[in-house]
Write a protein that binds this ligand. Structure first.
Ligand code: 5AD
Ligand code: SF4
Length: 430
C-alpha cells in the first residue's frame, strides 16, 4: 500500500512540474513515506531524517533550499514526536491526507520554520481528489479498500489507516482502465483487508471483492490479476469461485495466518482458528489445484509458549507455503497486546524466528527447485544487475532473471526455468 501511495504522490508532484532527482543531494524536495507496523520500521524514519537534515544543511551552504516532508503511518501515530525530534521537517501528512500535498507545498512557500502537520481523518475520500493514476510499468497496484475494523491486538493499522473504506466499483474500474491504457498488464488490487471490500456499484448496491474481480478481469488488455491482503475469515464462496473461474487470476494467494495456535489466535483477536483457516485453504485448493499460498507469521506474541510455537511449525508443515513473511512480535504503543502479561523475551523470539524461517525457506526452496525444467509465463519488470539481464515475475510471484532483450520489458513471455535458489529462479526465454 505504501508503494501505491508513494506512486500516487509522485504522479501528483510530476503533474506540478517536479521531476525525479538523480539523488538526494540534488533534490529540492525530499518526501519520506513511512510505515509504523513494527518498531524497527518506525525508528528507521528518524535516522533517515537525520541524514536528510545533513544534506539540507550542506545544500543551504550553497544557497539551495530543501523542503523535507514526511508522509504515512508514522506521521499519523507520532506527529508530535516528529515535530519534536526532527523540527527541521517542513511538513507531515498522514496516510489519509496525502491528497493535500499541493496545498501543503503552497502553504510552505509562505510559512517556513515550523513543521506543518495534517493528520486528519477527513470526511472526504482522498481518492476523489487525487489526479488520474497512470502505470509505471507492466505491473500496477490499485487500492480498492483501505483501513481495517479487525483490531488484531498487536496491530496499529486500525489506528493509523482508520476504519474500513471501500472505493465505489465504477471508480476502481475507471482507474484499472487508465492503468491498462498506460501500459499495465497486471493489476494487484490492494487493501489492508481487501476481501472485506464492499464498495457500491452505480445503483448504490454493495458489491463484494468477487464482483470487483470479475469486472476487472473482463477489461481489455488485462493479463494478470491479483489481490492483497486477505483476511482468512472473510474469504467467501464467491471469492473461492473466482479462483476456479477467472483465467487472469494468478494461482498465488497471500493469506496470513499469524500463528498456528488457537490460544494465540484468540489472544490476537483473530476471527479464525486453526481449523477454520485450514478449511479455507482446502476449499481454495479444491477450486484450483494449481493455487499455492504465502502467509505472514508473528513469533513471540505475549503468552506464546514452546507448545504454541510448535503449532505454528506444524501448520507450516500442513500448508507448505511457497513464500512467507515472518516477524518477531513488536510491541506497539497503544495496542492491547503491548500491555498483555507474559511478554516473550527477545532471545526466545529470535530463536523461534530462526527456526520458523529455516522451515519456511526449506519449503520455498523446494518449490523453486521443483520449477526447474518447467515453462512459465514471466512478466519482465526491470533490468537486472548484469548487462543484458532482465528480472520478472512468474505467476507464483517468484523473481526470475534471464538473458533477454530490453524490448521485452513490461511484456509477458514464456520462459523455461533452468536454475533455482531460495529467493529466485533463472531461466531462458523461449
Ligand atoms: N509485530 C510484528 N508483526 C506485526 N505485524 C503487524 N503488526 C505487528 C507487530 N506488532 C505483521 C503481521 C501482518 C503484517 C503486515 O505485519 O504479520 O500481517
Ligand atoms: Fe492489522 Fe491485518 Fe489485523 Fe487489520 S487484519 S488489524 S491490518 S493484522
Amino acid at each position: 500500500m505504501n508503494v501505491y501511495d508513494s506512486h500516487r504522490m509522485a504522479v501528483m508532484l510530476e503533474n506540478f512540474g517536479y521531476t525525479p532527482a538523480k539523488n538526494q543531494t540534488e533534490a529540492d524536495l525530499v518526501l519520506f513515506n513511512t510505515c509504523h507496523i513494527r518498531e524497527k520500521a518506525a525508528e528507521k524514519v528518524f535516522s533517515d531524517l537525520g541524514r536528510a537534515y545533513l544534506i539540507k544543511q550542506e545544500r543551504a551552504e550553497k544557497g539551495l533550499d530543501t523542503i523535507i516532508g514526511v508522509a504515512g503511518c508514522v506521521v499519523q501515530a507520532e506527529d508530535e514526536e516528529i515535530a519534536k525530534r526532527a523540527p527541521y521537517v517542513d511538513f507531515a501528512l498522514g496516510p489519509l491526507t496525502y491528497h493535500r500535498l499541493p496545498e501543503m507545498l503552497a502553504k510552505i512557500s509562505r510559512e517556513r520554520g515550523t513543521t506543518l502537520i495534517d493528520t486528519d481523518f477527513p470526511a472526504e475520500a482522498k481518492f476523489d481528489f487525487l489526479p488520474e493514476n497512470r502505470a509505471e510499468g507492466g505491473c500496477s497496484f490499485l487500492a480498492v479498500q483501505e483501513g481495517c475494523n479487525n483490531f488484531c491486538t498487536y496491530c496499529v493499522v486500525p489506528y493509523t489507516r482508520g476504519a474500513e473504506y471501500s472505493r465505489p466499483v465504477a471508480e476502481v474500474v475507471a482507474e484499472a482502465k487508465r492503468l491498462l491504457a498506460t501500459g499495465t498488464l497486471e493489476i494487484n488490487l490492494l487493501g489492508q483487508n481487501v476481501n472485506s471490500y464492499h464498495g457500491e456499484d452505480e445503483s448504490g448496491k454493495e458489491r463484494n471483492l468477487a464482483y470487483l474481480l470479475q469486472k476487472i478481469a473482463e477489461l481489455d488488455g488485462l493479463k494478470r490479476l491479483r489481490y492483497t491482503t486477505s483476511y482468512p475469515a472473510d474469504v467467501d464462496d464467491d471469492l473461492i469461485a473466482c479462483h476456479r473461474d477467472l483465467q487472469a487470476l494468478m494461482p498465488y494467494l497471500h493469506l496470513p495466518v499469524q500463528s498456528g495456535s488457537d490460544k494465540i489466535l484468540k489472544a490476537m483477536n483473530r476471527r479464525h482458528d486453526r481449523r477454520q483457516y485450514l478449511e479455507v485453504i482446502e476449499k481454495l485448493q479444491k477450486a484450483n489445484d494449481k493455487l499455492r499460498f504465502s502467509s505472514d507469521f508473528i513469533v513471540g506474541f505475549p503468552g506464546e509458549t514452546d507448545a504454541d510455537f510448535e503449532q505454528t511449525l506444524s501448520l507450516v508443515n500442513e500448508v507448505k507455503y511457497i513464500q512467507a513473511f515472518s516477524f518477531k512480535y513488536s510491541r506497539r504503543p497503544g495496542t492491547p497486546a503491548a500491555v498483555m502479561p507474559a511478554q516473550v523475551e527477545e532471545k526466545v523470539k529470535k530463536e523461534r524466528l530462526d527456526i520458523l524461517q529455516k522451515l519456511l525457506f526449506d519449503y520455498q526452496t523446494k518449490f523453486n527447485e521443483a520449477c526447474i525444467g518447467k515453462a512459465f509465463e514471466v512478466l519482465f519488470e526491470q533490468k537486472g544487475r548484469h548487462n543484458g539481464q532482465l528480472i520478472g515475475r512468474t505467476p507464483y510471484m517468484q523473481n526470475l532473471h534471464a538473458k533477454a532483450d530490453e524490448n521485452i520489458l513490461n511484456k509477458i513471455v514464456e520462459v523455461r526455468v533452468t536454475d533455482a535458489t531460495t529467493n529466485s529462479l533463472s531461466g531462458e526465454v523461449l
